[in-house]
Design a protein around this ligand. Structure first.
Ligand code: NAD
Length: 519
């Protein structure tokens, strides 16, 4: 008899043939996605290991529950469905005491913090303190897809009020009942938080900014990227996943990155983040200055094409894209004038890639690359079916929200989904295993390269620009290895000596929710 029987006195506490399939069956009996979400959150609380086992084994089925779209609804109703706090709520009332507050968290050894101030939750706007569902959901994915230990993850919501009247009136709203604080007081609270985190957890803790409104998102990233290990998934994660899709698409379309011309609809966090990373990669490949490479990339915002005559009135993150050109008001006219080979939608406004836009793209491109990134599905610039049909099956298409395969002229096209979950878990794992102290843009390029390299011939044959999601833990390990290798190369890694086989090392570091056998 194994010694564990004697020591743990576990025998007969479970029936002989209990299977986790049963829990999955129970979950599927809930018809309403929010009920599934609540059941999953209860399971996470009750039996964390089983929660992760299910999430890993059924990732494609459960991802839309634990994360977008269901998590959005959960945030909207967070006050009503609230059972137990799942992270740290740091409000203006904690100003001056944030270090103390961090010490109240029961776990000491934290590796990844996801923090939001709830101002721009998915496409749902300001949900204030109820945005907590986002850090909680993202960190579950860090564990399930990237293998970060659950106890090393810390979800944080910074509560500075909300401008959402419905929340303020809701009797179950869980946050401060006041309008958002901005300006100096906001900056001071954030600064105290950033300093306290470093003081409490050291230099190597990753702080991921999530769903901040774009003015704060750009500012926080710029302010802390040289002093802290910070990452913004909305800007940088999106950029890496989209660049990977574009690099993969070139295998179908031909040409190098710098031989293509890019036009974006939408010049916010996603649009300018992607544009910048494409320019950086072009610059690496051609040795041309980044400024030169930016000239092959054009952006349209709500006021039309971004051109130099608009320079004065542009937000600072749009200025690098203000090229010499006559003003153009509409996307269609911009397409006709710029003649892009790649069209990317990132404005959050649906149905903007009209039949005319797609047909015009198809008139001067043998295989137009069309990426409709806006979420949720209703906001997608066009559907997969529209892109394939309007281009007579010639478009290379990927989207932010998932679409079913489409048959055109007897050929099946499988649209890729540019899901950030391809990148951020592996990216974070790479930082953690190398003990990186700063995020460098070259690490984002390394992550994109690793993802693009995992798209196989047979995926491309079907039009898929991303590998199947079912292999995500292997994909994450490879991304982690490439990111870690870059951290070592740049002298930003502190875990020494460098492991010889980084892929194997990454895999060996990944948390696995396997049950130990005591029988
Ligand atoms: P954002 O608010 O930072 O940027 C939106 C931009 O669109 C702004 O520049 C705005 O001026 C512009 N815009 C608004 N209305 C417009 C119009 N009618 N015509 C042209 N431009 C217009 O938002 P974001 O974080 O950049 O996200 C934008 C969209 O991208 C969202 O729908 C989001 O869901 C999606 N997104 C997808 C992925 C992905 O596919 N992996 C990742 C991140 C964001």
């Amino acid at each position: 008899m194994p010694i564990t029987y004697v020591v743990f006195y576990l025998r007969a506490l479970l029936p002989r043939s209990f299977r986790h399939k049963k829990v999955m069956q129970n979950l599927r009996q809930y018809q309403v996605p929010l009920q599934r979400y609540m059941a999953l959150m209860d399971l996470q609380e009750r039996n964390e290991r089983l929660f992760y086992k299910l999430l890993i084994d059924h990732v494609e089925e459960l991802l839309p529950i634990v994360y977008t779209p269901t998590v959005g609804e959960a945030c909207q109703k967070y006050g009503s469905i609230f059972r137990r706090p799942q992270g740290l709520y740091i409000s203006l009332r904690e100003k001056g005491k944030i270090l103390e507050v961090l010490k109240n968290w029961p776990e000491r050894s934290i590796q990844v913090i996801v923090v939001t101030d709830g101002e721009r939750i998915l496409g749902l706007g300001d949900l204030g303190c109820q945005g907590m569902g986002i850090p909680v959901g993202k960190l579950s994915l860090y564990t399930a897809l990237g293998g970060i230990r659950p106890s090393a993850c810390l979800p944080v919501t910074i509560d500075v009020g909300t401008n959402n009247e419905n929340m303020l009136k809701d009797e179950f709203y869980i946050g401060l009942r006041q309008k958002r604080t901005r300006g100096q007081e906001y900056a001071e609270l954030l600064h105290e938080f950033m300093s306290a985190v470093k003081q409490n957890y050291g230099e190597k803790v990753l702080i991921q900014f999530e769903d901040f409104a774009n003015h704060n998102a750009f500012e926080l990233l710029a302010k802390y990227r040289n002093t802290h290990l910070v990452f913004n998934d909305d800007i940088q994660g999106t950029a890496a996943v989209v660049l990977a899709g574009i690099v993969a698409s070139l295998k179908l379309v031909g040409g190098t990155l710098s031989e293509h011309t890019f036009l974006f609809l939408g010049a916010g966090e996603a649009g300018t983040g992607i544009a910048e990373l494409i320019a950086l990669e072009m610059s690496k490949q051609t040795k041309a200055p980044v400024d030169e490479c930016r000239k092959r990339i054009w952006l349209v915002d709500s006021k039309g094409l971004i051109v130099s005559s608009r320079m004065e009135s542009l937000q600072h993150f749009k200025k690098p894209w203000a090229h010499e050109h006559e003003p153009i008001r509409t996307l269609l006219d911009a397409v006709k004038s710029i003649r892009p080979t790649v069209l990317i939608g990132s404005s959050g406004v649906g149905k903007t890639f009209t039949k005319e836009v797609v047909e015009t793209m198809s008139s001067f491109n043998e295989k137009p690359i069309i990426l409709a990134l806006s979420n949720p599905t209703s906001q997608s610039e066009c559907t997969a079916e529209e892109a394939y049909n309007w281009s007579q099956g010639r478009a290379i298409f990927a989207s932010g929200s998932p679409f079913d395969p489409v048959q055109v002229n007897g050929k099946m096209h499988v649209p890729g989904q540019a899901n950030n979950a391809y990148i951020f878990p592996g990216f974070g794992l790479g930082l953690v295993i190398s003990g990186a102290v700063r995020v460098h843009d070259d690490m984002l390029l390394a992550a994109a390269e690793a993802l693009a390299n995992q798209v196989r011939e047979e995926n491309l044959d079907k039009g898929m620009l991303y590998p199947p999601f079912s292999n995500i833990r292997k994909i994450s390990a490879r991304i982690a290895a490439n990111v870690a290798a870059k951290a070592y190369e740049l002298g930003l890694a502190t875990r020494l000596p460098q492991p010889e086989d980084l892929v194997r090392y990454a895999e060996s570091c990944m948390y696995s929710p396997a049950y130990r056998s005591f029988l």
